[in-house]
Write a protein that binds this ligand. Structure first.
Ligand code: ATP
Length: 265
């Protein structure tokens, strides 16, 4: 088998972000050094307030770092945003209720000035990818929560950016739907070869999905462990019963506990 050379897509070096608030400075990120390579699926896990969302938002140029350096595809986050380097999926599906699913997916494409024909073609393609073909004319309220979240993923995929940033996209869904979407997301990742940054609170979700798991802890928000997953790329759901899976989950839990202990000191 030939090994594809790894190239770094996101590179953070000693990255810091301190918010100045009325209650004093909040160190949302401190000394974050991380490389995300092309085609990796990287999860960020940690307790509330450890800076997971802030890190994703900094990559997306929605927050400005106060220390260190960050590059996305070799560019500054602002240049990468202008080059439409990524799609972003938020915690809530965030679909406009007065627009159909197709209308929601086409909206950013409209704003970007894609032709009607191109919008139609892209919309059909991404709906197919998330297995929602045939739902283009439905309104969000006619879809289940899981389907709405898939539509929101389709909208993020419509730009065809190489990087997909996902902030707890399945957090509000029940476990059975979440399992199914996790499986579908892995298939989608394998088909599209995107680089994915994924925020979660769930240890099984992080271990099941990721090639790399970044464990974080709060006050200040920092990385306590980076785990390269030895699991194969092809992952049936029952891989979660394997010893290898249990061992990785154990290491994530240990990393989380270490972060808690340090923060309490
Ligand atoms: N705009 C802001 N102004 C001030 N403080 C902020 C701002 N955004 C985030 N913070 C603070 O920065 C820290 C990190 O927040 P962040 O939302 O990144 O954490 P998180 O790990 O994503 O948490 P959660 O799991 O609850 O979403 C928190 O203490 C939060 O209160």
């Amino acid at each position: 088998m030939t090994q594809t050379p790894t190239s770094s897509v996101i590179q953070a070096q000693d990255l810091g972000l301190t918010f100045q608030t009325n209650d004093g400075p909040v160190h949302a990120l401190k000394d974050v050094t991380l490389t995300i390579n092309k085609g990796e699926f990287v999860s960020f896990i940690g307790p509330s307030g450890c800076g997971k969302t802030t890190f994703l938002r900094t990559i997306a140029d929605l927050e400005q770092p106060t220390a260190g350096t960050l590059t996305v595809n070799g560019m500054s986050p602002s240049e990468a945003r202008k080059a439409r380097a990524y799609g972003y999926v938020f915690q809530a599906a965030g679909l406009y209720p007065w627009r159909t699913i197709g209308g929601n997916i086409k909206l950013p494409l409209e704003i970007m000035g894609f032709s009607k024909a191109e919008q139609k073609e892209r919309c059909a393609r991404v709906l197919e990818l998330v297995e929602l073909a045939g739902f283009e004319k439905k309104f969000p309220w006619q879809l289940s929560g899981g389907m709405q979240q898939r539509a929101s993923i389709a909208r993020a995929l419509a730009f065809d950016a190489d990087i997909l940033l996902m902030d707890e996209p399945f957090g509000a869904l029940d476990e059975i739907v979440r399992d199914r979407l996790n499986e579908e997301l892995l298939k989608l990742w394998a088909r599209t070869e995107k680089t994915i940054g994924f925020v979660t609170h769930s240890i099984p979700e992080a271990v099941y999905l990721s090639t790399k798991i970044v464990v974080m802890s709060p006050r200040p928000g920092r990385i306590t462990d980076i785990i390269e997953s030895p699991l194969p790329k092809e992952r049936p759901l029952d891989i979660r019963d394997s010893q290898q899976f249990i061992d990785i989950a154990h290491r994530v839990r240990e990393g989380l506990r270490a972060g808690y202990d340090e923060a309490a000191e």
